[in-house]
Design a protein around this ligand. Structure first.
Ligand code: AKG
Ligand code: FE2
Length: 298
């Protein structure tokens, strides 16, 4: 049992909890396999980044490097100044993202070892062609500021689970369970994206079905980690200057969903390739599961 559990959001029967001192087994049984979101209060306590990754650190060490936001490029120092000048009425653009694997590999050592709950991860496994992952970037830093909201409500690509580790400041998460996606008006061109802009104050004349959706919102603070299982719709709003590190995870619990998404990815252009990929992944899944079980036991 977790040492301490606090309910942080409720809508009808649906609850989101924050847990301290969860065991890995408890996480797997209560959250990973049932696909139930949770906030882990102490999953990154061992990361040097918890103390190191401050706006000042990025300004002084990497101020001249560029950050791309919404197709525009800013020197990081200038972008950090904009974060401090941001107000809810006039927020700085969001999300300002750094891709760690690609552009800042020297920072990866500060977010190691990987959080134990998010192991195993099959992203990067040599038996999984990179093209199947559609460029999912596995380690990203997000910089936010008061009122900076993620531009749309969505669920993540390729059936991946998301781990959003809050290092600095407070970020509000707004989440909706997968089965209520039917009330969120998915964009016909991008069905993983909802056309409803603001879930907390929806335009009910345009989107009347939203009234049926279970919407849970809560704030995740410094040192806390949000686990968003695949298929859960979500968006965020920063309450202060924020720094988060986001990771993705692919494992046995979302393998079937990943396989489906790979099939859809090829459905229009290369259906035969999609069928082969599907058969290959169906055979690979159990092999990886056995390997992972041995690793956990050793
Ligand atoms: O931390 C956030 O603002 C959410 C990021 C997110 O959902 C994503 O990149 O898919
Ligand atoms: Fe996301």
């Amino acid at each position: 049992m977790a040492i301490r559990t606090i309910e942080i959001a409720r809508s009808g029967d649906m609850v989101v909890e924050k847990k301290y001192g969860m065991t890995v087994e408890e996480f797997r049984t209560d959250h990973l396999y049932p696909l139930k979101p949770v906030v882990l209060a102490d999953a990154t306590a061992h990361w040097p980044a918890r103390k190191l990754f401050t706006p000042e650190f990025f300004r002084s060490r990497f101020g001249q490097r560029e950050i791309e936001v919404d197709g525009k490029h800013y020197p990081l120092a200038e972008f950090i100044d904009r974060l401090y000048a941001s107000t809810p009425e006039n927020p700085a653009p969001y999300p300002g993202k750094l891709l760690l694997n690609r552009d800042f590999p020297e920072l990866l050592e500060y977010i190691r070892p990987r959080i134990k709950y998010s192991v195993p991860d099959r992203i990067g496994n040599r038996w999984i062609p990179e093209s199947f992952l559609c460029g999912a970037s596995t380690h990203e830093i997000f910089f936010g500021s008061p009122g900076g909201s993620f531009p749309y409500v969505h669920y993540d690509y390729m059936g991946l689970h998301a781990w959003i580790n809050q290092l600095v400041g407070e970020k509000e998460f707004i989440v909706v369970p997968p089965w209520d996606g039917q009330y969120l008006y998915p964009d016909p061109n991008d069905p993983w994206k909802s056309m409803v802009g603001d879930l907390k104050h929806p335009d009910l004349d345009r989107f009347p079905l939203v009234a049926n959706a279970t919407v849970l919102s809560f704030v995740v603070g410094p040192g806390e980690t949000m686990f968003i299982p695949n298929g859960w719709w979500h968006t965020t709003v920063s309450k202060s200057v924020t720094i988060s590190v986001a990771l993705d995870q692919l494992c046995g619990s979302n393998w079937n969903r990943f396989r489906e998404e790979v099939r859809w990815k090829f459905a229009d252009s290369h259906p035969a390739k999609g069928a082969v990929a599907q058969a290959y992944l169906r055979a690979l899944g159990p092999v990886l599961s056995v390997q992972e079980r041995f690793k956990r036991a050793s």
